[in-house]
Ligand binder design. Structure first.
Ligand SMILES: *Cc1c(COP(=O)(O)O)cnc(C)c1O
Length: 370
């Protein structure tokens, strides 16, 4: 792709590059958030025992929060409408306006979330540049500011396990602990964005509670690999969760009979936890089919979890999105160059094979080599 061409075409036409499908038959690799609740999940939701969440009287929500907290090795948890609100509430609870958050430049908290941490929490972000969203303690040291009258106060370290926009990379446990320790040594709070932590667990065999050990806050998304329609659970100490609750309420995230949503989460914890390993495997299978073609360039070279990030030499990402859609497959253009494909429970191994065929055919047509 011609670089000037890409630059003059900025900004991306999001509607076009998102390629919204008009048919439910599309093999949808846009994101693992594109799952539909299963029949069993819908039944669990319909049968949910409910009460008033704001008064701690919704049994299903209480059970879900306790289960996720236990999974992450934390004292308590709170159900929030989205992962985005988990990040925002954690930042609000762990910082003061004018503080600075250290995170990777590709992180969800920095690149999306409509700058909520700046707009609502009043913090600035100190982004770290790294290869795949996985940095080390020297990077943290360099990003830390010396206490001074004029500098922002470095206050919070936030990381993603696994990463999202950099291709689902997994932090090795020792590296995760090293950045946690250096941050805490310098008085920072630590936040672990574990939207897809179960994919990191499936990839490594390390438990979620081991990854989250020693972090102030950690959360799990119910709407990524777990296949729920709504929600995420943010965890921490009992005391910190009190503060999370105040922010949840202030932001309008406190609900009433949230048990209908929590029931989906409980159903997922019982039936869908094993899906992460299948999704990782499917991503690996898709990678194996495509990597044998020299036009497909993967970065990272291999998927560690359920996300593939790649470019196709000589083809614009948005053009490939359109060509794939015409063949019944939806992938996402991250920018002009890179595409993302994410495996999840609504795409089985046969459909992964079909998606590979469609991608190969689309590229051959676009390059005129068909
Ligand atoms: C999806 C995602 C979020 C936001 O979660 P939502 O439930 O979509 O609001 C935050 N961080 C990471 C790493 C994610 O992948």
């Amino acid at each position: 792709m011609d670089r000037t061409d890409a630059e003059t075409d900025w900004p991306l036409d999001i509607e076009r590059t998102s390629g919204r499908p008009d048919s439910s038959k599309v093999i949808d690799l846009f994101s693992d958030s594109q799952t539909r609740p299963t029949e069993g999940m819908r039944q669990a939701m319909a049968r949910a025992v409910v009460g008033d969440e704001q008064a701690d009287e919704d049994p299903s929500t209480l059970e879900l929060c306790a289960s996720v907290a236990e999974m992450l090795g934390m004292e308590a948890g709170v159900l929030l409408p989205s992962g985005t609100m988990c990040n925002l509430v954690a930042v609000l609870a762990l910082t003061n306006p004018g503080d600075e958050v250290i995170c990777d430049e590709s992180s969800h908290i920095y690149c999306t979330e409509a700058a909520g941490s700046a707009a609502i929490a009043g913090v600035s972000i100190r982004p770290i540049t790294s290869r795949y969203g996985v940095f080390d303690s020297v990077d943290v040291l360099r990003a830390l500011r010396s206490p001074s009258r004029t500098a922002p106060r470095s206050r919070l370290l936030s990381i993603e396990q696994p990463t999202n926009f950099t291709g689902g990379a997994v932090w090795p446990l020792s590296q995760l602990r090293a950045v946690r320790d250096i941050a805490q040594h310098h008085g920072l709070a630590t936040h672990l964005d574990g939207a897809r932590i179960l994919n990191a667990v499936a990839a490594t065999g390390v438990t979620a509670s081991t990854f989250a050990q020693g972090w102030d806050s950690a959360w799990l998304d119910l709407t990524k690999g777990l296949g729920c329609p709504v929600g995420a659970v943010l965890c921490g100490t009992r005391e910190l969760v009190q503060t999370f609750w105040q922010w949840k309420y202030r932001l309008g995230g406190a609900m009433r009979q949230s048990g209908v949503l929590a029931a989906a989460g409980l159903h997922a914890l019982e039936h869908h936890v094993g899906q992460a390993a299948i999704d990782n495997q499917n991503a690996s299978a898709l990678h194996q089919r495509l990597v044998s073609r020299s036009e497909f360039v993967f970065d990272p070279l291999k998927p560690e979890t359920n996300i593939l990030r790649f470019e196709v030499l000589g083809v614009r990402a948005d053009a490939l999105v359109q060509a794939c859609l015409a063949r019944g497959v939806r992938v996402r253009a991250i920018d002009h160059r890179y595409l993302r494909a994410v495996c999840h429970q609504d795409v089985n191994s046969n459909e992964v094979e079909q998606a590979a065929d469609a991608l190969i055919d689309a590229v051959a047509t676009l390059l005129g080599t068909a």
